[in-house]
Design a binder for this molecule. Structure first.
Ligand code: FEO
Length: 396
């Protein structure tokens, strides 16, 4: 499969409808994904990025139906991560002398991954590569999403090849943003941002402002995953600026795990208390043992505050809660408030442990948390509702 993107630009990637986990098992992909590779056939021919290794042979065979590989003058590796470079060894076996354009870090990582001494041409921001009447212009974009990442801009066609940035794990035969279900598209965009780009938000803002400062006209953004932004591509740039700026909605998310239902009952009673105090706020509850981790992280990203609940077990916290706390620490959320709660039988350390870990992760823990013993009776339920009311009140 290949199709024309614009003028002499062709998509030659792979749509992966089966993919349900990405980065190993680290990221859930409910709607599959795509690995986008682009062929630009001007006076000179350039190939931008490849696909993941399981599809390497299929990719090269497909590419051969679009072009004689000997006619490829330049390979552009915007990002060395495996999902975009995995087919390079198979491709370069056919065209070993063709130069591979990438950043300094890109060359280092590609050598580290594939142990090949390809004809690397290291580029920096502002460097140009002429394809004849049009130029490729390179812009380094470190940490979007690895230290090696770069954007590539094609003059004349006014197309930005942004690699991971502005992408989504979203398989669609339509491949253009104006043709797909907008709710699905933006859900996958925000999930992608929340789970992958949150820690790099300051760099996202700096890089977008730098690129906008070049005053380059922009007709399309060709990402490396999901759809191509051809209808109002600025809309996703504006969304990124919003998401990168300590984004939050009027939402409180309650995340818990429970052994014998007591902590679940607490979660529901606290939610009822929040609703009593604030009719406007969205309150969502998730059992961490039963909910996809990446969906939960997306909800945290949207929240102004979170409440985390765990029973106490072996003087500690339940494992699903511990796993999420590890993720929260790494994602470096900013400007979020938090609280902790849980039921216990005799020792009751869970609330203190969760509060300490939330504080260490940069969340503002609002109080000492709420503990109850054994199963909540009516008095304890009332205490939970009161706790929810006071918590909501403190956010106003
Ligand atoms: Fe799609 Fe950072 O790789």
């Amino acid at each position: 499969m290949s199709f024309q993107v614009k003028n002499n630009i062709y998509w030659v990637g792979k749509i992966d409808w089966e993919l349900r986990n990405f980065h190993g098992d680290e990221y859930s992909t409910h709607r599959g994904s795509s690995y986008n590779s682009y062929l630009i056939k001007e006076e000179k021919t350039a190939l931008i990025d490849t696909v993941w290794k399981p599809f390497a042979k299929e990719y090269v065979e497909n590419l051969q139906q679009t072009i004689d590989l000997e006619k490829i003058d330049y390979v552009i590796a915007c990002h060395a991560e495996n999902d975009h470079s995995g087919a390079l060894p198979e491709l370069m076996r056919h065209i070993p002398d063709v130069p591979v354009y990438c950043t300094k870090n890109g060359a280092k990582i590609l050598k580290g991954l594939y142990h090949q001494d390809w004809n690397f041409k290291v580029v920096k921001t502002g460097d140009k590569l002429s394809l004849g009447s049009k130029d490729l212009i390179f812009v380094e974009a470190p940490m979007l999403h690895w230290p090696d990442t770069m954007f590539t801009y094609l003059s004349g066609d006014e197309v930005l090849f942004s690699n991971d940035a502005f992408g989504q794990h979203y398989a669609s035969e339509f491949m253009f943003n104006d043709l797909v279900d907008q709710a699905e598209l933006f859900q996958e965009c925000i999930k992608y941002y929340a789970n992958i780009l949150t820690p790099f938000s300051p760099m996202v803002i700096r890089k977008i402002k730098e690129v906008l400062g070049f005053n380059l006209p922009l007709d399309m953004i060709c990402t490396s995953h999901g759809i191509i932004w051809r209808d109002n591509p600025a809309q996703i740039v504006e969304k990124y600026l919003e998401w990168a700026d300590n984004y939050q909605e009027n939402q409180i998310t309650i995340l818990y795990d429970t052994m014998w239902d007591s902590t679940r009952v607490m979660a529901e009673q606290i939610a009822a208390g929040i609703r009593e105090a604030d009719h406007e706020v969205t309150v969502k509850l998730y059992s961490l043992a039963k909910t996809d981790k990446n969906d939960v992280i997306t909800e945290i990203f949207k929240s102004k505050a979170i409440l985390m609940g765990s029973s106490t077990i072996n003087n500690g916290i339940l494992v699903h809660v511990a796993a999420l706390l590890e993720e929260i620490q790494g994602l470096k959320f900013k400007n979020k408030k938090a609280g902790a709660f849980g039921s216990y039988g005799w020792s009751g350390e869970a609330v203190r442990i969760m509060s300490e870990r939330l504080t260490a992760s940069g969340l503002e823990v609002m109080d000492e948390g709420l503990r109850i013993t054994w199963a909540p009776d009516e008095e304890s339920r009332q205490t939970c509702r009161e706790y929810g009311k006071v918590f909501a009140g403190r956010l106003e």
